[in-house]
Write a protein that binds this ligand. Structure first.
Ligand code: HDE
Length: 682
């Protein structure tokens, strides 16, 4: 099945065009003689209609934009493959999940939900995690997020939550942010949002990298095996690098210093050959156990705690190739939760059901008609045949006289397939009930899992959530809405609600938190795997450094796969005291401490020593406040001592006795943040 990978590649290859070294032509193939001047009646005269090249060029330009996605407008994608490690044959007839070793090409698009296409990457938001598996039986799209639950329980409320969180309609503010009145008014008046809001206020909503987030299918799906037996499942993806986040102050600054932070991180790592990997698995519940839990398994505002329903991993997704053209691929890719293959089926989750309508519908407008499945990135790797015809921009030339079913003129082809022949047969679930607009009472508990999440957080994680609430609710102008939010979240935790109330100037709440003492350790990021590779260290350096020392440290960092930027007052080269030269690739102006996971303070000499030292001190102060590890070389100690940073957790000083420098520094880089650092002491 290595084949399907090659086939997707070959398919895309047919459409790649390299214009390098070619002669310019019109779209009709006519060679162009002048692309600088329009055709005029006299050099200073009016332009002539006859200039077909001018008209074609401007017309195409005038129509270059397509509507951005109504949600998830800002996104970035990459190609890769899925490899099955453990057969899922017992549970599903899906062909790509049968034989270990089977490889399936994939395309993933990561996104933020709220902001426009040009908004910043590091805003507080849910991240989309949409995967297209190009299987031999057709495309399977797993259109998930990096948070395992959702704001609402029924799709009919989706336009409301989106209208509330998008910029407010009267003044189009704020961009890509939930910190405003209409969103929090929606939250307080739609309390099914409680659990999702806890996740949104947590570190999950400010990921360090697309490479360091979990993915979730969110809804309950069904796997169906060859015997027709089904299980309820939830899909999970776990990044091999672990789940890591930014701190909020840093995230906001990155939004200004490098709004492309996440896409750059993904792009650069793939370009450097660092594979991006996620393990994929499912939680499974037997059909007979549907009502065994204290939550409804069809309710998308609930998780299945992993300690109760373990995740069974079955394979790995590796991203290894950047796109050739962002518009052609990432912008034109069309995901649809309804794109399934035999062996994967839906449930009656009312959020899922509405999505089954929405994706195809939105694509008709966004991609200009019904033929978007023909766009190269959307084509399945297997052949497709049906009687669908015509429409805007049809590319296939379907030959023959017959475009209807059933027929005799074409021997009744294309013909349908039975279950045995691999036809998709919908799961024969028994359904009965009265026609009714109501929600099941089993969907009514909005706070127990919100509290479970809170209980599962460590001290620093709780502090971040509290600060996020205070930031967001503090931005709300309406005192009534602020009060309503506080009165709502007392159900989750009384201490949290009081902290918010005190900070946002409203009354402390009356109520009590729900009585849930359980926790789910899998929800905390504190035990996530940690590695130094692909983290980024800024080496702050001037001339006269100790070449031997710096070379040894940089070599040790590179050996561990750490990315290193050499930062100084100017680009070009610098010479150390021992004649060793280094090349600078950033300056204090072109980069920023928020763009690094860690700093290595080398110091040295510069033409303007006072400015040089002040620039370094600013980098140190910021990295220190963001709990990042800082390594200090022998020549950097004097500058470090004049900064706000204090020796302590995550501060590794080379000249300190007993410190094994590169290795201790690398351990600190691996740790990433030192939450026990008291940044407020003088
Ligand atoms: Fe989406 N969602 N969604 N969504 N969604 C879209 O489809 C919608 C929901 C998700 O990278 C739209 O092509 C409804 C949950 C991702 O191209 C639209 C409901 C989850 C992406 C749409 C939901 C998602 C979208 C906008 C409530 C996580 C980006 C443009 C029932 C499981 C895909 C588009 C990409 C995009 C509708 C809720 C994930 C309008 C009606 C829950 C990752 O069709």
């Amino acid at each position: 099945m290595e084949n399907s990978q090659n086939r997707k590649e070959a398919q895309l290859e047919q459409f790649r065009v390299n214009n390098f070294g070619k002669k310019m032509t019109t779209n009709q193939g006519l060679k162009v003689s002048n692309d600088e001047d329009s055709l005029k009646a006299g050099v200073r005269g009016p332009t002539l209609m006859e200039d077909f090249h001018l008209r074609e060029k401007l017309t195409h330009f005038d129509h270059e934009r397509i509507p951005e996605r109504v949600v998830h407008a800002r996104g970035f994608g990459a190609h890769g493959e899925f490899e099955l490690h453990r057969s899922m044959k017992e549970f599903t007839r899906a062909k790509f999940l049968q034989e270990p070793g089977t490889k399936t090409p994939v395309f993933i698009r990561f996104s933020t939900v709220v902001g426009s296409k040009g908004s910043a990457d590091t805003v507080r938001d849910v991240r989309g995690f949409a995967i297209k598996f190009y299987t031999e039986e057709g495309n399977f799209d797993l259109v998930g997020n990096n948070i395992p639950i959702f704001f609402i329980q029924d799709a009919i409320k989706f336009p409301d939550v989106v209208h509330a969180i998008k910029p407010e309609p009267h003044n189009e503010m704020p961009q890509a942010a939930s910190a405003h009145d209409t969103f929090w008014d929606f939250v307080a008046n739609n309390q099914e949002t409680a659990h999702m809001i806890m996740w949104l206020m947590s570190d999950r909503a400010i990921p360090r990298s697309f490479r360091m987030m979990q993915g979730f299918g969110v809804h309950t799906f069904r796997l169906v095996n060859e015997e027709g037996k089904a299980k309820f499942v939830k899909f999970h993806l776990k990044p091999l690098l672990g789940v890591h986040s930014l701190v909020w102050d840093e995230a906001q600054k990155i939004a200004g210093k490098d709004p492309d932070f996440h896409r750059r991180d993904l792009w650069e790592n793939i370009e450097h050959g660092n594979v991006v990997e996620y393990e994929i698995g499912v939680q499974m519940i037997d059909e007979d156990d549907e009502f065994m839990f204290d939550f409804d398994i069809l309710d998308a505002t609930k998780i299945w705690p992993e300690e109760i329903v373990p995740v069974r991993m079955f394979g790995k997704i590796t991203l290894n190739r950047n796109v050739d053209n962002v518009f052609a691929e990432t912008e034109q890719v069309a995901f649809h939760i309804g794109n399934v293959v035999p062996g994967i089926d839906f449930t009656n989750d009312p959020l899922l059901q509405g999505r089954l309508f929405s994706y195809l519908d939105t694509q008709l407008l966004r991609l200009g008609g019904p033929n978007f499945a023909e766009i190269p990135i959307n084509r399945p790797v297997c052949p497709f045949h049906n009687n669908q015809r015509d429409g805007f921009s049809r590319q296939r030339i379907d030959v023959g006289q017959v475009a209807y079913h059933k027929n005799s003129l074409a021997n009744n082809t294309p013909s349908t397939s039975t279950w045995k022949e691999g036809g998709y047969v919908h799961y024969a679930e028994k359904v009965e009930g009265r026609v009714i607009q109501a929600r099941s009472e089993s969907f009514n508990d909005h706070f127990s899992q919100a509290r479970l999440f809170w209980n599962s957080m460590t001290g620093p994680e709780k502090r971040h959530i509290t600060d996020a609430f205070i930031f967001e609710v503090g931005k709300v102008q309406s005192a009534s809405v602020r009060q309503q939010v506080v009165d709502m979240f007392v159900n989750v935790d009384r201490g949290l609600a009081i902290a918010i109330a005190d900070a946002v100037g409203v009354n402390r709440p009356e109520g009590q938190q729900v009585d849930v003492t359980a926790s789910s350790p899998a929800l905390s990021q504190s035990t996530t795997p940690k590695y130094p590779n692909t983290l980024k260290v800024g080496v702050l350096i001037g001339s006269g450094f100790n070449g031997k020392e710096v070379k040894a440290v940089v070599k040790a960092l590179l050996n561990q796969g750490v990315a290193v930027d050499i930062v100084g007052e100017h680009l070009g080269s610098l010479t150390g005291a021992d004649g060793v030269k280094v090349m600078l690739n950033e300056t204090f102006l072109t980069t920023s401490p928020v763009l690094f996971d860690s700093l290595y303070i080398v110091g040295g000499k510069s033409k303007n020593q006072a400015k040089f030292e002040s620039d370094i001190r600013e980098f140190i102060n910021e990295a220190y406040r963001h709990y990042k590890p800082i390594g200090v070389a022998s020549t950097g100690e004097a500058i470090f001592n004049k900064s706000d940073a204090k020796p302590g957790p995550g501060i590794i000083i080379a000249s300190e006795s007993g410190v094994e420098f590169p290795s201790t520094f690398i351990q600190a880089i691996t740790e990433q943040r030192f939450w026990n650092r008291n940044i407020y002491t003088n």
